[in-house]
Design a protein around this ligand. Structure first.
Ligand SMILES: *Cc1c(COP(=O)(O)O)cnc(C)c1O
Length: 365
């Protein structure tokens, strides 16, 4: 359905963000006529032989791409990652028990706030003292803690845990918000008790979030859980406890299929590294720009940088806009620039941006 008049855009949005063009093409066709049925994907029952294979494939693809073992189950749920901020402690943390949280950004601190509604919370480390521009690595965790919560990639500030060795060492169940870097690099997902992610950054369309849980950690709280909040019910119902967000799940399925055809997580990791390297190398080579986070903690998904003069930043953003580059402006709380390099972003977009940066730097002499 691509028209020759559609303008070329380089989409660096932080989320919702770029998805593969081929996914949009297939999804737009399915909006009008799904698989030759004469029906739109939006007007078919979810408990039908038309939709069931979509849900099955979405769950199956995710299990395969993440190489999950048989203890780990996958759910597609409503409510975005923010719902998981409370659904996680509701299902895992008894009143009177304690959970440990790492405070590495706004999303992490929102998770802390919600967990406090259900049990004790120990914030074991924080990088708030320096505006979340680094990752705090010196901390200890009580071995009796129910779980340790981390944010794998801090979308707003552009920090990312390079690996999770530090967390594995603590030898307690790990819970991770992986909203903005899930499926972007190889991770031993089976080492986590629970992983959650809003779909709108690397998995698919907004409106659905993915929860991966080691089933052996469930069923240990004694509070009554509303039916829709109890993970066990969703697992048992195959993510069809009620009407799922069918179109959002469909888009996830198509995107996961695309990722697999692309070579899976290991292959996309190589592409993501290459994109991030080009952008960071450019920032480091040009005195006009300055990266804002500690080098060892730099995110391969969200690259944050500034210019020293706010007037020049405004001018650079205008230049980007004129060149069809969207989503370059930093988050309102962090300022400067934030360029997101999610899975679907082509290398060519990073080339376009970095050549513009070099051009602007040259002009300024
Ligand atoms: C985007 C984001 C969220 C919030 O996701 P919603 O789906 O809007 O609730 C939470 N955590 C991280 C790390 C994010 O990047």
């Amino acid at each position: 359905m691509e028209t020759t008049t559609q303008k070329t855009v380089h989409n660096f949005n932080a989320g919702p963000s770029i998805l593969p063009r081929s996914v949009f093409q297939e999804a737009s066709a399915a909006l009008l006529d799904f698989n030759g049925t004469g029906l739109s994907i939006l007007e078919i029952g979810h408990r039908t032989s038309l939709f069931q294979p979509i849900m099955d494939e979405a769950i199956g693809q995710l299990k395969e791409l993440m190489a999950l073992d048989s203890d780990h189950e996958v759910m597609f749920l409503h409510g975005g990652a923010s719902t998981q901020f409370f659904q996680v402690p509701m299902n895992l943390l008894n009143q009177g028990q304690r959970a440990a949280y790492t405070d590495t950004g706004v999303w992490a601190s929102k998770a802390v706030k919600e967990a406090r509604l259900y049990g004790g919370v120990d914030v074991v480390c924080s990088s708030a003292d320096k505006g979340y521009t680094y990752l705090p690595k010196q901390f200890s965790v009580d071995p009796r803690t129910t779980y340790l919560h981390l944010t794998s990639n801090n979308t707003i500030y552009g920090t990312q845990w390079a690996n999770f060795d530090l967390f594995y060492e603590k030898d307690v169940p790990l819970v991770a918000d992986m909203s903005s870097d899930i499926l972007s690099r190889r991770v031993d997902f089976n080492r986590f008790g629970l992983i959650y992610a809003g779909a709108q950054k690397n998995i698919g369309a907004a409106g659905v979030n993915v929860v991966v849980v080691d089933q052996t950690i469930l069923g240990k709280v004694n509070r009554p859980l509303p039916t829709m909040m109890d993970y066990r019910n969703h697992i048992e119902a195959g993510s069809m406890l009620n009407t799922p967000p069918v179109f959002a799940v469909y888009l996830c399925m198509l995107t996961l299929r695309w990722l697999k055809a692309r070579g899976g997580v290991a292959a996309i990791e190589v592409e993501n590294e290459r994109k991030a390297k080009l952008l960071y190398d450019t920032i480091d080579a040009l005195p006009l720009f300055r990266g804002t986070v500690d080098r060892e903690d730099r995110s391969r998904m969200n690259v944050c940088f500034v210019m020293d003069d706010p007037a020049q930043e405004k001018e650079f953003l205008a230049t980007c806009a004129a060149e069809g580059m969207v989503g370059v402006k930093g988050h309102r709380t962090a300022g400067g620039f934030r360029v997101s390099l999610y899975n679907a972003l082509p290398y060519e977009s990073v080339e376009a941006l970095t050549s513009l940066m070099r051009h602007v730097a040259q002009k300024k002499g």
